[in-house]
Design a protein around this ligand. Sequence first.
Ligand code: ACO
Length: 427
Amino acid sequence: MADNKAKLTIAETSVDLDVLSPTLGSKVIDIRTLGSKGYYTYDPGFTSTASCESKITFIDGNNGILLHRGFPIGQLATESTYLEVCYILLYGEAPTQEQYDKFKTTVTRHTMIHEQITRLFNGFRRDSHPMAVLCGVTGALAAFYHDALDVSNPVHRDITAYRLLSKMPTVAAMCYKYSIGQPFVYPRNDLSYAGNFLHMMFATPCEEYVVNPVLERAMDRIFILHADHEQNASTSTVRTAGSSGANPFACIAAGIASLWGPAHGGANEACLRMLEEIKTVEHIPEFIKRAKDKNDSFRLMGFGHRVYKNYDPRATVMRETCHEVLKELNLNDSLLEVAMELERIALNDPYFIEKKLYPNVDFYSGIILKALGIPSNMFTVIFAIARTIGWIAHWNEMHEDGLKIARPRQLYTGYDERDFKSEIKKK
Ligand code: ACO
């Protein structure tokens, strides 16, 4: 992979470094030998650092391209199902009909969770944020599924992948049911992955819930569009946690914790709150002004991305899906009107143009989820269900490549060595 050399000169010393050529994307300078020469690189937020080698997902942020195992996200979102995307992310190739049927059957047959886990929920306050509950219960799965935990064994890793993929919607729907005081609804094997999730969310023992196919497709698309996004904060967290050989359920719980933040998966909830606060198109200029004000911490939620400096390709599909859902439900959501006008104004504003701030995937997803009847505190939970496959695929790839514990260095700016003198009286 190294087809070029770079020379780094520091004072009198010069160090030769390999320049690696990826299949797609920018060249990467291999700095692994620098530490032995007594130097480290400084890169807070890893804006210029490739933390691993990966074959799963490729993003070209300048041109708005997102590929999973080489397949463009637009094609996957319109031509495949979420489970097909899961198979592709996990195994690298599109499944044959036979492989898909087997995969789907296995995922479908493992959706129930150990009955004792249902009792864990009672320990949480009903008004807990569902992400807090999801994080806790996912970590607790480690205490129930520990018969296949040799992380160096690919068969064990496969079993774990199935368990997480199958059980995450069940746990997520239970978080919701618990928060509204309704009984848990058990999974149904005759429904699709997305249909089953909607059923577990909205069915009650009192009446039948019929899954609307347009809404089921929208849910499936939301899952597809959030399935993976290379080395984002939560995926890097899962890799970091897993790099010590840690329990996979605990690693996914760590990913959930990272996802929760408003700069990451929490943005869809924050975006909907912002649209509700803006309320009408007349108020948009005031919020645009605030977003541009250096002395105001307000940011336009659902805008900007660390990697995309162009339209997020997922946002394009999300926008179409949003229109489909509102049409099917015959809803005339004023928030959609606000969102479209906000997008139009921001895309024509020199501040946003200059800083290359485009709508990201979260900009429209909140409106769709709201139309589906999902409360805003569940939005990030749904993101977590979808991203679980990405986390597992990366966790698995890291194990296949051989574990190396993540251990960054630092630029120390604290005290020099100094004498300690205790001022505490000893008895
Ligand atoms: N509104 C207004 N200004 C913004 C916004 C925004 N949404 N995003 C970035 N900027 C400005 C910053 O103030 C900064 O300006 P400066 O150069 O004058 O200081 C410049 O653009 C660069 O911003 P950074 O924060 O340095 O860019 P970074 O790559 O670190 O951040 C992030 C990316 C966190 C996504 C940011 O754009 C943001 O906070 N967006 C809003 C939250 C959001 O939508 N997050 C979802 C991300 S997608 C996902 O996780 C699925």
